[in-house]
Ligand binder design. Sequence first.
Ligand code: SF4
Ligand code: SF4
Ligand code: SF4
Length: 352
Amino acid sequence: MEKITLTIDGKEVTGIAGQTIMEVARENGFHIPHLCYHPKLSKTGACRLCIVRINNTMLKASCTEPVVSDMKVITEDEGIKSIRKWLLGLILMEGDHNCLYCDADGDCQLQAYVKTYEVEQSKEDFPVIEREIDYITSNAIKRNENRCILCGRCVRACKEIQVSNVWGLCERGSSTHLIADDDKKIGESTCVKCGTCVQYCPTGALTFQPVLGKGPNWELKKESSICIYCGVGCKIDFYTNKEGLLVKTMGHEDGPNDGHLCVKGRFGFDFVQSPKRLTKPLIKKEGQFQEVGWNEALDFVAQKLSAAKEQFGPDSIAGLSSAKCTNEENYVMQKFMRSVIGTNNIDHCARL
Ligand code: SF4
Ligand code: SF4
Ligand code: SF4
């Protein structure tokens, strides 16, 4: 692979032929502002926020511009700053960005850049087009198109990662807008509720339905773990609020899932805080389940299993384990069935 040497903000760095300025800059610890760019998606160079100055003259979108030898890149100067500020101002003018009422408040790339570049709300008369707010048709995704900046990340994420191809941008110019399938409500579309588009959306245009009323983003605590459901072993970031309630899950970027989750990993954890969970053992007595102590319950199970094994043999017994237990608990269950009961009749609901 051909090595390319260039400078970024005066520092000599090396990339390989075919890489973009954005990629080499990120590998070397430079942050170049961006909204439509995401390292896991194809590049469109649409938002222009990532412009850099090349060889002290021209401005180029760093997410699409390839590196060449001896190139001199400046990631920000006064001219670039004022263009970024102007671009952000245009984005704000076109939509409704009242952060007070937005689920993305405190976790929004647009909001962060608006603060960094001290963009004022424009007083100019701009024809704001009222777009769709759909908070009800899907039990997974909330959609407010007035916060959409047409970056296309959801379109590419759904097409390139989830391969469902639900989202699309239609019409042209100032009429351009986002549609699901052939302009359906999201809850009536072919969306499989993987939540990937929400994870890649840099604003509050797409947010998760279940986060409603569970506390502000800046109070959430993140902990990484492994999904319990299937053998892929996706790495998940779990977000809990101040009360310890699970608010949302995000695919961890560096897991085997590369940041992606299916509907189970994304939304299948509400059971954790369900009031319907059994927390005490029950034994049916005279046709009715009754709460009993753990010693009584375990003695009862041991006696019944031993009797069945003695009378009908170990293969008369089967164990069905649960995806809602930990991997360790499932391991113990299969060990118990094989080593203690003496049968291979052990299965698990997530295999289905
Ligand atoms: S999308 Fe971002 S900038 Fe717009 S209202 Fe929501 S938090 Fe604010
Ligand atoms: S939730 Fe998944 S399937 Fe549905 S639109 Fe988003 S990326 Fe596509
Ligand atoms: S919904 Fe979000 S990800 Fe999709 S185009 Fe709009 S701002 Fe971009």
